[in-house]
Design a protein around this ligand. Structure first.
Ligand code: F6R
Ligand code: MG
Ligand code: MG
Length: 365
């Protein structure tokens, strides 16, 4: 059976500030999805920080007008409620007002995949707040290319031929493919710059089967001025010739540095948290990620299981707090503050503009 999994997200108003989600918005999303359920197989609503996350399964394929239309209706209704409740930044990710059949370029982030459901189909949906789509580059590399992380690359004959990575240049809007392991160094040369080069899709070399898809929308690029980071989502399929659930989670045991955090201008440790802790607090963060595990059952979403809950990720969280403390002491200095090229898409150009007439030539030392 062919099933499409659509994960569509937007920040349509925060509670409190940019930290979390008001339950009234989640209720609206659930109510609308319940009414629209005849056109879907199943749905699940959650949030990570101030982002509303809609997970839908159906048989209509990706970029479907009806499915995107449902999401748009939810974001519009939630924006109205957010305005009524005077929530913070109501409608933040809604860049256009009229829906034209597809959410592309309208603000919300999307990750969608159509698959032939296997006899058993375990998937993990990762959802992040206070960071950018390139934040998935490091774990995707480790999951699908690093045998020190994914043992199956050595031991499972279906993983052994490797994976092909589709990388997008989100500044110049073009894409390139790397077949690993052969192309490993070329891939790393690009994805080590996650603000610009973002892994969109990963396919298994054995049979070209898609195993992972991420949202790559950059809000700042769409809006022309800073309107928040893009708080990405990612879908990863697991087991039976794809990386095991534990291999997919393994890279997140290291709280690596990502861009985002306060005002979208700072590097900070990426902290894996349980659903109940998906609230950004200290310095509007640290940037957070949740992982929802599901078994697809003819498109029905059995789950979720809260994959980062529990003691296995306690050390990571403690380490992330320690790292947050360390890097915070740099205040407005790099590398805590993002580099100039990254700041280009934030509020720095405004400050530079104000200083424009104050500069004098250096005539003497
Ligand atoms: C980061 C983010 C927040 C805000 C910060 C200032 O992506 O959303 O850190 O940038 O809280 O927000 P404003 O300017 O709305 O007061
Ligand atoms: Mg916000
Ligand atoms: Mg957010």
């Amino acid at each position: 059976m062919k099933v499409t999994l659509s994960v569509i997200k937007a920040d349509i108003g925060g509670f409190v500030g940019h930290s979390g989600m008001h339950p009234a918005l989640m209720d609206i999303a659930k109510e609308i999805l319940e009414k629209e359920k005849d056109g879907l197989i199943d749905y699940y609503v959650t949030h990570c920080g101030d982002d509303l996350e809609l997970i839908m399964t159906h048989t209509k394929g990706i970029d479907n007008q009806e499915v995107h239309g449902i999401a748009w209706k939810i974001f519009e209704k939630c924006t109205a409620k957010a305005k009524e409740l005077k929530l913070y930044g109501a409608g933040q990710d809604i860049l256009k007002t009229a829906f034209s059949g597809n959410l592309k370029g309208m603000g919300p982030g999307t990750a969608e995949i159509t698959i032939e459901e296997r006899p058993s189909e375990p998937i993990i949906i990762f959802m992040a707040d206070k960071t950018e789509p390139g934040a998935w580059n490091l774990p995707l590399y480790k999951i699908f290319a690093d045998p020190f992380s994914t043992a199956g690359l050595i031991f499972d004959p279906k993983l052994h031929p490797g994976f092909t990575f589709e990388v997008h240049d989100v500044v110049e809007h073009k894409r390139v493919f790397f077949k690993l392991p052969e192309d490993m160094y070329n891939l790393l040369a690009l994805i080590g710059q996650p603000g610009r080069f973002v892994i969109k899709r990963v396919k298994r070399n054995l049979d070209n089967e898609t195993v992972s898809i991420s949202s790559t929308q950059r809000l700042s690029m769409m809006a022309g001025k800073y309107v928040g980071k893009d708080d990405p989502v990612m879908i990863v399929r697991c087991q039976s010739g794809m990386p095991a659930v534990g291999e997919v989670l393994e890279p997140f045991a290291f709280p690596y540095m990502v861009a985002g955090w306060m005002r979208g201008c700072h590097h900070g440790p990426f902290m894996p948290v349980a659903f109940e802790d998906a609230q950004c607090t200290r310095f509007d963060g640290p940037p957070r990620v949740i992982a929802a595990g599901f078994q697809l059952n003819n498109g029905k979403l059995e789950g979720p299981v809260d994959m980062f809950k529990g003691p296995a990720f306690d050390w990571t969280r403690n380490k992330a707090n320690e790292m947050a403390d360390y890097i915070r002491r740099h205040g407005p200095f790099e590398p805590h503050r993002l580099s100039e090229s990254e700041m280009e898409y934030t509020t720095l150009p405004g400050v530079m503009k104000k200083l424009e007439n104050k500069w004098l030539p250096v005539t003497q030392e």
